[in-house]
Design a protein around this ligand. Sequence first.
Ligand code: X8Z
Ligand code: ZN
Length: 612
Amino acid sequence: MKTFKLSATAFLVGSALLLSACGPEQQANTQVQAEQTALTEANAVDFLAQTEKKLEQLGLEANRAEWIYSNFITEDTASLAADVNEKLTIEMVNLATAAAKFDQVKLSDVNRRKLDKLKLALTLPAPQDAAKTAEMAKIVAELGGIYGKGKYCKADGNCLSLGDMSTIMASSRNYDEQLEMWQAWREVSKPMRPLYQRLIELTNEGAKELGYADTGAMWRSKYDMPADDFAKELDRVWGQVKPLYEALHCHVRSKLAEQYGADKVPQDKPIPAHLLGNMWAQSWGNIYDLVAPKDADPGYDVTELLAKHNYDEIKMVKGAEGFFTSLGFNPLPESFYQRSLFVKPRDRDVECHASAWDLDAKDDLRIKMCIQRTGEDFSVIHHELGHNFYQRAYKDQSVYFQESANDGFHEAIGDTIALSVTPGYLKQIGLLDKVPDESKDLGLLMKMALDKIAFVPFGLMVDQWRWQVFNGEITPDHYNEAWWQLREKYQGISAPVARTEADFDPGAKYHVPGNVPYTRYFLAHILQFQFHKALCDIAGNEGAVHRCSIYNSKAAGAKLNEMLEMGSSESWQQALQVVTGKPEMDASTMLDYFAPLQAYLDQQNKGKQCGW
Ligand code: X8Z
Ligand code: ZN
C-alpha cells in the first residue's frame, strides 16, 4: 500500500507554536511548560484544521513524484522523488513536533487521537537538520533504485529480472539451479549495506528528537496500546501458531529430503532456504506438488485454469474487482484501468513489487504490479484491490483518519477476499468445471498452509531484526549474521551457502530497502482468518469454513464496509469488534481452519525427529 496521507506544508497557529531551529528537547523545560499551559483545546482545533487543509496538497505532490519514480527509475526521477520526500519529511517532523506541544493540554478524545496520528505519521523520522534530512531522502531513493533496477546478467549477456528468477525458483526442482538464482539475487543487495547503516543512524536521531528511544520504538507505538505490550502480544499470537508451523516444517523437510536427498536436506537441521519455491522462503505454495497428500489432490491448478480460459492481466484484475462488486462495493473508476501498471514494461526499469495507490484521497486509485499469469498473482491482485477498496471506503474521514485501523488491517482485506476464492467460487465464475469432493480438502488445506502458515514466522522475524537494528542490539558488523540467526530461530531455515558480513541479505527483501514495516503482514495473516470466519457466519455459511466463499453476500459486504469506512478513527480493537464481535487478535480461528491438516501432519510426523 502506498500513500502519503499525513503530510503538510508550513502552518501558523500563533507564536507559541512557531518552531525553533533546534529540537524541542533543547528548549528549557520551563519554557516548554509555559508554552503548554498557555495552549488550549481551541488552539489544538485551529492547528488541526489549518493543517488538514494543507495535508492533501503535499500528499498528492509526494504521491505523484513517487509514482513517477517507481514507474520510471532513472537518476533524474530519483532526484526529484528525493526532493519531494525531503520536503515532506521536514514538514512532517515540524508537525509532529508541534503536535507534541499539546501533550499536556486537556483535549477531547477525537482531537487527542488526531494529534497522536500526526505525531506518529512518519515511518522514517529525520533529524531537524536540513543537510541530514536531504542525505536521508537521497539514501531512501538510492536504496529503492538499487532494488528496483536489480537484475542478474549471465556471462552470455542474458539478463534475468527478479520476476524471471522468482519464476525459476517456483518451478525448478534442480538444487543447483535454485541455488544459482538465490545467490544471484543476493548480489544485488550487497551495495545497500553502507547506505542502510547510515540511514539507521539518521532516522534514529530523528526518532530521539521526537521523544522515542529509537525508530523501532516509534513503529511499535502505533497500535493503540503500550509499545511493550504490543511486542508481547505478537509473541503470544506466534506461540499459538508455532506448533502447527513446526508440524508443517517437519513434514515439508522430510518431503524435501525425498526429493533432494537427506545429505542435501538433513533431517535434524534447518531447511536450506532456496528449496521452498520462493526467493525468500516466505511462502511455500509453489512446492505443493512435492508435499501433496496422497489421493487428496483437488485436481486443478489456478494457473492452468487461467490459461485455459484465456485470462490476461486485465481479465485477472477485472475478475478480482468482480468479487468486490459482488459484495456491494462500487466498481473501480475508469481511471484505475487507464493509469495503473499491470504489465512489466520491456524498455525501462520499474519497481515491480506490487503496490496499491491512492493518489488524491478522492478517486484516483491505481495498482502497480508486473502481473504474471499465475494463481499466485491472482491472489496478489485480490490483495492489492483490498488496499484500494479500503482507501476508497475511508476517504470521507478526516485526513488524520484516512488510514486502516492498524497497518495489519490494510494488508488483511484483500487476503480475506482471496480466502473466498474456493473451488465453489471458481466454478461460479466459470473457471472450474467441477468442484472436487470433500476427500480432496486435505490437498486444498495443504496448499493454503504452505502459503499462510509458512509465512507467519517470516512475517514476524523481519521486524524482529529491524527493531534490534534500530535499538543497537544488532550492530552493523553483525547485520547478516543476526539476520540468519533469526531466520533459523523463527523459521528453521538456513542459508544454503556460507554468508559473510560482505553480504547484506536483509536488503534482498523489498521491504528493507523500501523501509516498509513488516509486522503488518504477520498481523494480517492472523486477522484475515478472523475476518473470513466472521464474514462467513454473516453470509450464512454452515459448512466447513475452508469451503466458504462470501461471494455475492451483500450482508457480509455491508459489514466489511462498516469497518473499512471507520478508517483509523477508532482503535483497531474497536474496528475488529465491528466485524468479529470481539476486540482481540486471536490465532485460534486460523488453527480451527487448519484443524484437519494439523491432524494429518501429526499422523505423518509420528516417529520423526522434528525441530532444528
Ligand atoms: O508486499 C506485499 C504486497 C504488497 S503490500 C504484495 N506482501 C508481502 C510480501 O510480498 O513480502 C504481501 C504478503 C507479504
Ligand atoms: Zn499489501
